[in-house]
Design a protein. Structure first.
Length: 292
């Protein structure tokens, strides 16, 4: 997406879903570029580590929304914001969601009148909890919610429901269509109207830290994580799936979890992998001649 202008007239298109599971590769092939997933503690609804791996491997960015019932927490005001943000941070950390990601909190009803003051207090209380953990805060809701809570949280996501065709210009995510079926899975369609909509990874972001967390929780977990990090840098790996394919094809001993061997000259593989990060194709070619 580098160099592409993102705006309401030229959005990045993605999906959100709860209990259904669309195929990530199919989503990408159809032009979708992100998936919005849930944190809630509700079995079957939430993002999992394997799903996170699959989405990233397919080239999709991920956003997360905390929602139990989307009503009880917000209507508790500040105490609800602290409680929900504490739960969201714990779950985000357990999934390896990187700092800087926005944790959105759902206000899944048409908040009006006195309810808006409670919703605003909810967002204001959730924000410092998120910030203390290195995350950003966000709220999801209708037009009145988005208009009223601007400034209480870092980012806004607005739904077409309860909006009467109006869009708050501060909302970086817009849920524009509900109940679309893709490959047998029901999803909603979303538009990101800014390059930064609270997703991970950010465009141009170094993927290393994200992949480290993914690797440690995935099929390549274990004693060889440090070598995998070197491999990612050496081979310019762009996704966890590319890393797994590379190790299975080129470094089968590593894929199998074996102790790293040495080359014929006795130099440990770890030292070779740490030798000179190639900066150009020519660099890489020369290093492959040194270590075929």
């Amino acid at each position: 997406m580098s160099g592409v202008t993102v705006s309401p007239s030229s959005p990045i298109v993605g999906v959100d879903y709860s209990f259904s599971r669309p195929d990530p590769a199919t989503l990408y092939s159809l032009g979708y570029r992100f998936a919005i997933r849930y944190l809630s503690g509700i079995s079957g609804k939430d993002l999992s580590v394997p799903e996170k791996q699959s989405l990233l491997a397919a080239g999709l960015a991920i956003c997360v929304v905390f929602e139990t019932d989307g009503r009880t927490g917000p209507l508790r005001g500040a105490p609800g914001g602290v409680a929900d943000a504490t739960a969201a941070v714990a779950q985000a950390r357990s999934l390896g969601i990187p700092p800087g990601t926005c944790l959105y909190f759902a206000v899944d009803f048409d908040a009006l009148g006195a309810q808006l003051a409670l919703v605003r207090a909810y967002g204001q209380a959730a924000t410092p909890v998120c910030h203390a953990a290195g995350y950003r805060s966000g709220l999801y809701g209708g037009y009145a919610t988005a208009e009223d809570v601007t400034g209480a949280v870092d980012l806004l996501m607005q739904t077409i429901a309860w909006s009467g065709g109006q869009w708050d210009p501060a909302a970086v995510l817009r849920q524009v269509q509900e109940g679309v079926v893709i490959g047998g899975a029901q999803v909603d369609i979303d538009h990101a109207v800014a390059a930064d909509y609270g997703q991970f990874p950010q465009e141009g972001e170094d993927m290393l830290g994200i992949f480290v967390a993914t690797i440690k929780a995935g099929p390549l977990a274990g004693q060889n994580a440090e070598y995998l990090c070197d491999l990612m840098t050496w081979h310019r790996i762009q996704s966890p799936q590319e890393l797994e394919d590379l190790t299975e094809r080129t470094y089968p001993w590593l894929h199998a979890g074996a102790v790293p061997p040495t080359w014929d000259n006795g130099v440990p593989v770890a030292d070779i992998l740490a030798f000179g990060r190639p900066q150009t194709a020519q660099d890489a070619s020369e290093q492959e001649l040194l270590f075929p």
